[in-house]
Design a protein around this ligand. Sequence first.
Ligand code: UDP
Length: 196
Amino acid sequence: MKRVTILGVSFSKLNMEETLNKLTNVVASDSNKPYHVITANPEIVVGADQDPDLKQITDQADLITPDGIGIVIASRWQGDPVAERVAGYDLLLNLLERGNELGWSFFFLGTSEEANQEATAIIHERYPNLIIAGRHHGFFKDKEAELIEQINEARPDVLVVALGAPRQEQWIFKQKENLHTKIAIGVGGSLDVIAG
Ligand code: UDP
């Protein structure tokens, strides 16, 4: 896959449609370890430049998309432009759309119990053919083992993690070996936006 490196972070040069097609292939594969998608904004890039732990996470992610015009502009300055902005919220909506067409299952993790419930109900109404395999709010602290068990029993195609950046990236990285899901993607405050 073609990539461009900005401040040490290796961005995908796929446009939104190509990104979706790539992720569709991942869902169709028989993998049961999460393919880690980061939609990285400038804060993540600067963070990875300054924090070796975050750098390790971005180095080991499977796909990093340019979230924000700042990344697009930086890639142009380098003379090696990314295709277009592929932001977390937009990618999530496109994944829900694709999942609705193809009957994928999703697990929605993160935000408050109320917003998580509301967002999940709205998603169910708007995308009736996708499967909501499970959901959980984002304040699980010492209940992490139970949460992992719940996710693995649900065996979602896509684990949507809305814990904010970079907490969601750190959490996915830490739990990567324990999670049985095809894709894990951090979406920041996107479930709050859907909940309205
Ligand atoms: N959050 C969470 N668990 C935590 C801390 C935060 O679920 O332990 C949620 C919070 O409720 C909010 C989201 O993470 O829904 C953070 O959204 P924010 O807009 O700060 O993230 P960004 O889009 O900037 O990454």
